[in-house]
Design a protein around this ligand. Sequence first.
Ligand code: AP5
Ligand code: MG
Ligand code: ZN
Length: 216
Amino acid sequence: MNLILLGPPGAGKGTQAKIIEQERGLVQLSTGDMLRAAVAAGTEIGKKAKAVMEAGELVSDDIVIGIISDRIDEPDVQGGFILDGFPRTVAQAEALDKLLAEKGKKLDLVIEMKVEDEPLIKRITGRFTCAKCGEGYHDEFKKPAVEGVCDKCGGTEFKRRADDNEETVRSRLEAYHAQTAPLVDYYAGKGILKSVDGMAPIDEVTNQIRAVLDSV
Ligand code: AP5
Ligand code: MG
Ligand code: ZN
């Protein structure tokens, strides 16, 4: 199965994608993670993306479409994927349709995570991840069982994203409403859109997503 998790910054796309990945054997494809890796490695793409990401704006369609097109060809994603953070513009959605058709693949489902803007600021400014394994946490909503120690790998170093400050989050939310929200209608029109309540606690959102996956 190939699906998209659609929602604004802090909706919980990454959190839920990692859970479904483990449960269903699908592969999470996060353009945000791929771009951050490119920035960290100092590649040409990373150099172009760094300032744009720190401003909370969208990286050019050509760059992200290129990244996704290459990634979808790799052997590990042939059993199905979860797109997280892509597509983010109608042009990206149209390019995705075209490239999947060319590769003989299709999109089965788009899950919209419905959330309100204001609580997202708190989710994002409280977010941190394990520097060793990448497990995601939150100062209030998802603390490690033992403070300062990763539940998953025992790592003791954590990091925060350069774009996780209130000012940048507000720009990211603006970009979402202006450029990404139209995708809700785009996929509803194709009859493959389902919605879940992203304001519920993390494990309840997971249950709703499981129910949607089981229904298709
Ligand atoms: P990207 O990395 O995709 O960031 P984003 O869309 O802003 O989304 P986030 O990763 O911030 O949120 P999330 O929904 O994954 O939330 P999470 O699960 O972590 O993109 C970053 C940048 O890269 C963009 O701004 C852009 O510049 C560029 N970019 C990326 N893709 C692009 C594209 N296709 N085109 C152009 N540019 C692109 O949860 C957040 C926190 O809340 C966590 O701490 C979590 O523990 C907590 N939490 C999660 N769910 C709940 C819940 N139900 N209740 C309480 N807390 C919760
Ligand atoms: Mg994310
Ligand atoms: Zn860890």
